[in-house]
Design a protein around this ligand. Sequence first.
Ligand SMILES: Cc1cc2nc3c(=O)[nH]c(=O)nc-3n(C[C@H](O)[C@H](O)[C@H](O)COP(=O)(O)O)c2cc1C
Length: 344
Amino acid sequence: MRYGSLQLKNNLVAAPLAGISNRAYRVLCKRYGAGLTYVEMLKVESFLHHNRKMMTLKYYREDERPVGIQFAGNNPQWLAEACKMAEDEGYDTVDLNMGCPVPKIGKCGAGSALMAYPEKAGKCFDAMVNAVKIPVTVKIRAGVNENCLNFIEIGRMAQEAGMVAITIHPRTRAQSFKGVADHSRTGELKAAVDIPVIASGDVKEPEDAVKILRETGCDGVMLGRGVWGRPWLFREIDELRRYGRVITPTPDATERLGVLRDHFALLLEGFDARHACQVVRRYATWYVRDIPGSAQYRARMTQVESREEFHEVLDEITDHYESIVGVPEHEIIGRRAPALAVTF
Ligand SMILES: Cc1cc2nc3c(=O)[nH]c(=O)nc-3n(C[C@H](O)[C@H](O)[C@H](O)COP(=O)(O)O)c2cc1C
């Protein structure tokens, strides 16, 4: 897939995810086949301020390329300045967020709130595109609510302004994350514009991606929550499309725990140990949720305070898993809490 001058190795994009898509997350997505990743959404004024938190959020390394940045804002001049800075800082592409439904962003008239103001959005598009040479894209919702489904109008404006691709998360702002993403709207957008359209929403299994690509004719898919604790979803989609089935076996618990260890090690490259522990608490349970009897370890993982403690809990889960491999499910129930057993 091409984003203007930027040739991507495939059409699988890792979604920008506030609070999630830090470098560690992106590296894992890329390792398993993402063609493009994004740093977390940044409020344009915070980016221009360059404060310390921003330095952490926007941190990326050369070996991640191609890497995109995404801004939330509604001030054309600020957005243009931010695009210029992003270009100077080496990002490969820049996206405008018109999808975020959270009040903190909406009350500034940014994110999905901007869907209600097409004229203002158009000025932002023009300012961003005219400010830089790197490809500029936009991520939109289906509209403000069911009475204002203006994704085609906004999509055409983006194309007119010179944006090189549009990602659509086809829920409305009013829906937030409720209901389902209606990808018939992705198909309608694809039919209405000539630039690439990327579908975002509810890709949980490889089959979901293949179905959306086939039924909507869209150019690519963006993966969000489906990848949490399962970065190999990129590989599975790729294999399903190439060979008609997923070839590589889904990682078993031992391999998943290995990926979690890697995830933590990557976090330690960018954060001090305390911060890395705070962040890994968010991710850790995703990787072990399917291991029978892991509830007690999951609970502990959400409280780890140090690198040693993290590895201790992981070692215990590994031992637990190795002790139950091949044991029927009903027998595992009785083994769930060895710590409690010693009290008898
Ligand atoms: C925790 C969380 C954070 C998100 N942050 C962003 C963001 O920073 N920028 C953005 O464009 N979309 C963001 N989204 C929306 C996702 O990119 C995606 O469009 C949406 O979750 C639907 O796709 P999914 O079903 O694959 O998750 C976020 C979603 C979640 C759940």
